[in-house]
Design a protein around this ligand. Sequence first.
Ligand code: NAG
Ligand code: NAG
Length: 177
Amino acid sequence: MKFSAYLIVFSLFLSQCSSGSVSEYCMEASEFDRGLSYDFCVAFLSNWQPPSSNLEDYWVNSIQLTKSNGTNMLSVISKLLDDKSIDEHMKGGLNGCFDSYNDTISELDAAVVAFKAKDFDTAGTKVSESLDTPIACELLFANPTGGNSSPLTTENNAYFKLNVIPLVVLQILKHSS
Ligand SMILES: *[C@@H]1O[C@H](CO)[C@@H](O)[C@H](O)[C@H]1NC(C)=O
Ligand SMILES: *[C@@H]1O[C@H](CO)[C@@H](O)[C@H](O)[C@H]1NC(C)=O
């Protein structure tokens, strides 16, 4: 009795391993992109399940969502650049962020092209660059004395999160291809 219970547990364990788990894919995603911490990934995706079918469509949709968020980001930044009460130092940071987001948006198109050609490594590299964009943007507002005066922290955090799922889904697809 006891022995068969062990067997069941053991084979459950094995099937979990072969089908992969969120923590395994988070591990791979965080190795692929050091900007994504493993702990953050696992906590963020604790209630997430990959869809059981049409994972490719799901991935493309998640990139479109990220891209439209990035496009909104450009208008948020443009508005701030037009604001006369914002000082020149901060405008320097905002200009840098604008350029990074603008580049990232065209890189996301390139990611979709690579993805459709089943070149998951190139697609991953582009998503990585996209995930790193809000991190680099925040750094432009770091104060020499410590702290950060970024006016974009909330939006940067939101944009960052939108990249986590596509990066993780790529690891799943790498396993099944
Ligand atoms: C990006 O999407 C998030 C989540 O839906 C939202 O909270 C955020 O305001 C969006 N960013 C912009 C710039 O629209
Ligand atoms: C945004 O990126 C596009 C495509 O790379 C480029 O043609 C355009 O000049 C850029 N816009 C700005 C305002 O830098």
